[in-house]
Ligand binder design. Sequence first.
Ligand SMILES: NC(=O)c1ccc[n+]([C@@H]2O[C@H](COP(=O)([O-])OP(=O)(O)OC[C@H]3O[C@@H](n4cnc5c(N)ncnc54)[C@H](OP(=O)(O)O)[C@@H]3O)[C@@H](O)[C@H]2O)c1
Length: 273
Amino acid sequence: MNKIAFIGAGNMARAIIIGLVNSGITPQDIIVANPSEAKRLNLATEFGVLQTDDNIKASEFADVIVLCVKPHFITDVCFQISQAIDITGKLFISVAAGTTVEQIQSALSKGETTNLAPVVRVMPNTPSQLGLGMSGLFASKEVTVEQKASAEKITNAVGKSIWLDTEDKINNIIAVAGSAPAYYFLFMEAMEQQAKQYGFSEEESRMLVQQTALGAAQMVAHNSAPISELRANVTSKGGTTHAAIERFKADGIEEIVKNAMNAAIARAEEMAK
Ligand SMILES: NC(=O)c1ccc[n+]([C@@H]2O[C@H](COP(=O)([O-])OP(=O)(O)OC[C@H]3O[C@@H](n4cnc5c(N)ncnc54)[C@H](OP(=O)(O)O)[C@@H]3O)[C@@H](O)[C@H]2O)c1
């Protein structure tokens, strides 16, 4: 594996660094750059990675530069790096929602339209913190086979990943995986609230919902049968589960989910403008 620089040492950088170190990457091959001291010092102390407050120094050190700042800082950071050092041969990986490959390459290009920098856009999600992330990756045409392998190694260190053939599918990944942990949380919150209505204590309600969600997710993960079949297997006609499922359907669960996911895509498109 190459040397990797993280520009920004926030939540996403931390999640990926934990995954990389746990997967056996040498910590001294990783450097983090962050303006405020506490986050980068914590990472250095906990995981033995190198740290600096200087984005240029970090970028000089690395073959792979992972941009982990908020989307509105991405182009400034890229411009700053490309003005200061020769970026030839370096791969840029951006985890920012809403910043396109074209915007990143333009900020890195010093006005040139040829020899554009290789850029991979990654859309991860928060379970990456636990090594259970789901990421979508899109590579610009300048990215080499070896660089694609490096990008994939980084995302696979924090979960699973798929390659996308067109950049616009990044927004679809946001709808299906990036924003989706919160959909499950919302559903679990609603169930937890109802469990309390039935007289279960706060602790019992949490345990009932949490363990059931975990069990259901594990059943899906451990069984290659279609999810609809798993559901049918536990839904005897005329039984209690059947009554609940029929109610969900009558109340428009499929439409609700479709509209929510489309709203995430619409917002991602707005943010990209
Ligand atoms: N968290 C997620 O679930 C998630 C999922 C998908 C994608 N993403 C993307 O990941 C990126 C980072 O998100 P996050 O949740 O990790 O945000 P975060 O926790 O706020 O981290 C961003 C970090 O960037 C640092 N920073 C600000 N300006 C900088 C600069 N000029 N140079 C270097 N570092 C700078 C900040 O440092 P200070 O605090 O010192 O200012 C902060 O530590 C975003 O673009 C987001 O769209 C996040």
